[in-house]
Design a protein. Sequence first.
Length: 218
Amino acid sequence: MGSNIPQKELVSATEHFIKQHFASDSSGHDWWHIHRVRNMAVHLSEKEGGNFFLIEMAALLHDLDDWKLGNGENTSKTKSWLTNIEIDKNDAERIEQIIEQVSFKGAGVETKADNLEAQIVQDADRLDAIGAIGIARTFAYGGNKGRLLHHPDIEPQLHNSFEDYKKTTAPTINHFYEKLLLLKDRMNTKAAQEIAEERHRFMENFLTQFFSEWDCKK
């Protein structure tokens, strides 16, 4: 069943809803994260193609049911919102499918995006997890969850299941090795791969400086 509401209005309503929903987040998954992911997804879409409407909607909604934010309810907020705005049923299903493929689920867990729209939104979200912004968000999340900054005796783990990845309470520095430094080689699109190169190098330089200061060498 199609919708009579113009796509531009659906995007605008969704942006307003998401902006209010994430207004007080302090975990690095606030409105501005979503705003950047949407803008990056648009940028990648302009270079790579794909259905612009589906990409923009999925980018705006991608964190609404994220397990990291304590959204463990049985009912899907995303599905409820898409039903509420009376979006085309096929579009709603495709948006939900894109969102399901966005999240990183552990170093040993394959998170392959099987269509261009999902690849673009996944890349946009992962680009916001690396580089200077990614570093800032990582420490914001660690602080929000009460995690140690670093502990030399706690080694990073490359989780082989989503359940193990979800249970980790490791220090924030470990997250670089368990996820962030792995993302450069997991980008789908050429445009994202090019951006990821510089952001990856920035993280490597940061870690070199971090450990030098930790060991009181500088």
